[in-house]
Design a protein. Structure first.
Ligand code: NAD
Length: 375
């Protein structure tokens, strides 16, 4: 008998509501067939919230997000909101969620389903069966460090143009340790290996990063295999032999770049889930936001063409990381794999030679049917 799992669903804009409708089918299936009790609330974020409240995330929605086990987000943004003031742009709603929930660990799996290996920018033999997880520190580092800014470079007559731009890479040991712990915990649920990436050869913050990750390992996770790699070499290794990795942990800047590079190993944007996790709450579950990597895809919104798999796989991550339902998560991933192996494709997964694409709703229905068939 499990406790109820509380979820707040924020579909957002564009294809967000379309792909989220398919996740709701999956949630309902697990509720009806796996003895799980979900308490599901729905609310607005992004442009949809701006239209209703004049802000991309209301205080009430923010408070609801803080009170649930997991937030599921679709996507935000769209051309109708492009000219809004920066302070109320749809993305600000997402940033507020991440900041106020203090979601410091961003999880980006790069998993290559066999049926889609030919969609990768790399050769099939390099990516088939790929299953790695990049853990990016999300709330500190050079994107947040002070001092920052652009100012006059007075007293430097040799500087043509006369200005200087400054950002500061800054990490505390506590910030490194908490994201390292997240990576080691995740590794224990997977292949039990962590590779930490920084630039300890040229950056003091990189030396600190390396030492603190090692400290957490030696004192708390000696059972997990830990290696260190310079981030530039990491980028090379990701395209040379990505399957050598299990969990990669890295800082905000390197993680931003490395996770996008890893994403391309797997083919379509419509396939990529993500999770952002924070500190444990009173019930032991981490603060958590799950969302597909893709945006609101205004070019195909409202046409039933969107691929719901990234959003569905984001819910699989919620099952695994918020609710410790690893078996259910794996069953859902197998259902996705089965449907793809059967040749079912949304338009984004089709080559010129392929047959007819299924709609967003048909893809969702077939994944639920595959779940039921496996049971
Ligand atoms: P996008 O990810 O929305 O779309 C890029 C391309 O990929 C488009 O051709 C789109 O049709 C396709 N695509 C994306 N998701 C798909 C899916 N599930 N199925 C099939 N095809 C899919 O990126 P963009 O076009 O640069 O941005 C559109 C809007 O989304 C902008 O307003 C942007 O600010 C916003 N955005 C939001 C997020 C987010 O909510 N996390 C992320 C990125 C962009």
């Amino acid at each position: 008998m499990t406790d109820a799992y509380s979820l707040l669903i924020l579909p957002g804009d564009g294809i967000g509501p379309e792909v989220m409708a398919e996740v709701v089918k999956v949630i309902d299936w697990f509720g009806a067939n796996r003895g799980m009790t979900f308490e599901v609330g729905h609310d607005l974020v992004g442009g949809a919230a701006y239209d209703r409240h004049g802000v991309p995330l209301s205080d009430e929605t923010m408070a609801r997000a803080q009170s649930v086990d997991a937030v599921l987000l679709g996507a935000v943004g769209g051309p109708a909101y492009d000219d809004l003031d920066f302070s109320v742009k749809p993305e600000r709603g997402l940033l507020r969620l991440r900041k106020e929930m203090d979601l410091f660990a961003n999880l980006r799996p790069a998993q290559c389903f066999d049926a889609l290996a030919d969609f990768s920018s790399l050769k099939r033999e390099i990516v088939a069966g790929l299953d790695i997880l990049i853990v990016r520190e999300l709330t500190s580092g050079v994107y947040f460090g002070e001092p920052r800014g652009i100012h006059a470079d007075d007293n430097n007559p040799d500087n043509e143009g006369g200005r200087v731009g400054v950002n500061t890479q800054r990490y505390t040991s506590g910030e490194v340790r908490r994201v390292a712990r997240a990576a080691f915990e995740l590794a224990r649920k997977r292949g039990n290996r962590v590779c930490s990436m920084e630039k300890a050869n040229v950056m003091e913050s990189g030396i600190l990063w390396r030492e603190e990750v090692q400290w957490v390992h030696d004192n708390e996770y000696p059972d997990v295999a830990l290696s260190h790699m310079y981030a530039d070499n990491g980028a090379m290794q990701l395209v040379r032999n990505p399957r050598q990795f299990d969990v990669i942990v890295t800082d905000n800047l390197f993680g931003d770049i490395l996770s996008d590079a890893a994403a391309m190993l797997t083919g379509s944007l419509g396939m990529l889930p993500s999770a952002s996790l924070g500190a444990p709450m009173a019930n032991g579950r981490p603060k958590a936001l799950y969302e597909p990597v893709h945006g609101s895809a205004p070019d195909i919104a409202g046409q039933g063409k969107a691929n719901p798999i990234a959003c569905i796989l984001s819910f699989a991550m919620a099952l695994r990381y918020s609710f410790d339902e690893g078996d259910a998560a794996a069953a859902l991933e197998r259902a996705v794999e089965k449907v793809l192996a059967d040749g079912v494709r949304t338009a984004d997964l089709m080559g010129p030679e392929d047959g007819t694409a299924v709609s967003t709703a048909q893809m969702g229905d077939l994944i639920v049917a595959a779940l039921a068939a496996e049971a």
